[in-house]
Design a protein around this ligand. Sequence first.
Ligand code: SPV
Ligand code: MG
Length: 296
Amino acid sequence: MTTETANLIEAPGARASMLRRAFAEKKLLRVAGAHDGLSARLAAEAGFDAIWASGLEISAAHGLPDVSLLGMAEFLSGAATIQRSVAVPVVADCDTGFGGNLNAAYTMMCYEDTGVAAVCIEDKVFPKRNSFVDAGQQLLEAEEFGQKLTTAKQAQRHPDTVLIARTEAFICGLGVDEALRRCHHYVDVGADAVLVHSKAVDSAEVIAFMDRWRHRAPVVVVPTTYARFSVREANDAGIAMVIYANQGMRATVRAVRDAWATVLAEGSTTGIEPHIASVKEIFDLSGMNQWLGRDR
Ligand code: SPV
Ligand code: MG
């Protein structure tokens, strides 16, 4: 399945419609973070329902921290590559919408052109810092962020594209009342789903939110710090989507570090050969046979 998209002609909004159907069926979506075609394919091949085009991963893949250093064009290029590489819906992490209201509108237009299913914009001030950076987290006023959502929604061309409003209320030390107030306002002005981010070590604040949200719109969570949070618990709480935003990159970093250390320590690659993918696996993942087939 990994390279099937190479020959696929998709109707505009096809993957957004897939995502909306999944939301309507109340099926919990398990989503993996990625930063390029290969990392996205590995996640799709593993069976994830969708791919998160992660700002943290795309930044790190450029050798940069996730503090708004890259511009929209670079994040967009990352998301477009991911979109081309898989057949499942792609949820694009669009940070703050890369600026003000007009930037958010332009973000919506450009990301829709790539065919991604969902655009996610967060309620922090531009330039933003990754949510796990302790200092310098600054929330935008809810009403101001609401205007950004409205502008983005007005720029949307396909009716099924999903606009996810992400609140960083918990990240900024505010409580469940403020998270709820913000998310209700975001849905009032047109958001199709909300992402409630948390850096707590357990799921208590996310569950407290769910208890009072009453399924008003689909809820997305990112259980990075509360890693014990299971799919079963997410299902029971009525969560629509769980994003494992960066574990793939973290697994890669550890594996590559170990491999290169072994090569230098042992003076050859013999020791790592049984533990690394074959060149054939790379050919398969990158669609070598399908591409050569075009030339026959
Ligand atoms: C990302 O993957 O870039 C995210 C999720 O936004 S987090 O890093 O947890 O903020
Ligand atoms: Mg991000």
